[in-house]
Design a protein around this ligand. Structure first.
Ligand SMILES: Nc1ncnc2c1ncn2[C@@H]1O[C@H](COP(=O)(O)OP(=O)(O)OP(=O)(O)O)[C@@H](O)[C@H]1O
Length: 266
């Protein structure tokens, strides 16, 4: 589990007068669940947006599988094997679960228009593989019951799982989860923890997550990086980071409740 999949080196991003991320470095190892925590405005989402290439670092660099991400345009990031979910779910509301997964996969594995039009054997085979993969993911995440339901008619908790499914259907090497528990109740958050563990253990996918809910963080994370005001504050196991004086101080100094850091693990 020690091979590095993604490496961020001295990342900094400035938005006008705000230094959103300041010289942050970390490595994500293949096969682990690596979590970014920190109070509001710490720079966590900005780090995610740097990895998705929505933002370009002011200074510093990111390597994925040993190659620099800096010249990869955002629409090609998924093709490298990086998929993400969003804090606010982004699905096609008026399409079914199955259609959302198929669309997601097509967007991320575009094919030649001419080949599509001629409907060659290769296209037919790719189409068969897509169907197979999508059905596999639907089964894996227990979504068969909702397969042909419009997303607009689904409860919020199920939509979160559909978003996860859409990301998995692209067969990522690295899965970026932006606050997977946001909007979920305690039971749904518990289920989300199981899905993340299954994704890591059964599918062998590396997960990089931003999360506020410390019970979820403790349950699934191998390592945690704590940020505050754009800077790296601490890194280690969930227990080490939660006990770190600088981390407790960072939470106490903001509107976020430091007691959430000590929430017992269910
Ligand atoms: N596109 C942007 N333009 C200007 N400032 C930005 C932009 N994106 C983020 N910021 C600023 O950068 C800082 C870090 O924001 P970021 O969203 O990364 O924090 P966060 O840790 O994800 O917070 P939260 O937990 O609230 O989502 C904040 O001060 C924010 O206002």
């Amino acid at each position: 589990m020690s091979e590095t999949l993604l490496s961020a080196h001295e990342l900094s991003v400035r938005f006008g007068g705000v230094l959103a991320v300041n010289k942050v470095s970390f490595d994500v190892r293949r096969g682990e669940v690596f979590t970014l925590i920190g109070p509001n405005g710490a720079g966590k989402t900005t780090v995610f947006n740097l990895i998705s290439r929505l933002y370009t670092p002011t200074t510093g660099s990111i390597q994925f599988e040993g190659k620099p991400l800096s010249r990869v345009p955002p629409h090609q990031v998924a093709g490298l094997g990086i998929a993400r979910t969003f804090q606010n779910i982004e699905l096609f509301e008026h399409a079914t679960v199955l259609q959302n997964l198929l669309i997601g996969r097509h967007i991320h594995h575009p094919r030649s228009l001419w080949r599509e039009l001629l409907f060659t054997n290769r296209v037919r085979e790719a189409e068969r593989q897509t169907r197979h993969k999508v059905e596999e993911v639907i089964d894996f995440l227990d979504l068969a019951h909702y397969r042909d339901t419009l997303v607009a008619g689904l409860p919020y908790g199920v939509r979160k799982v559909v978003e996860l499914a859409r990301a998995l259907a692209t067969e990522p090497k690295l899965l970026l989860l932006d606050e997977p528990s946001s909007g979920l109740n305690a039971e749904e958050t518990n289920d989300m923890a199981f899905w993340i563990q299954d994704i890591q253990k059964d599918l062998g996918i590396t997960v990089l997550m931003v999360e506020h809910d410390m019970s979820l963080v403790s349950k699934v994370s191998d390592r945690v990086l704590a940020m505050n005001q754009g800077e790296r504050v601490a890194m280690g196991s969930p227990a080490e980071v939660q006990a770190d004086a600088a981390v407790i101080e960072a939470y106490l100094g903001t509107a976020d409740d430091a007691s959430s850091l000590r929430r017992p693990v269910a």
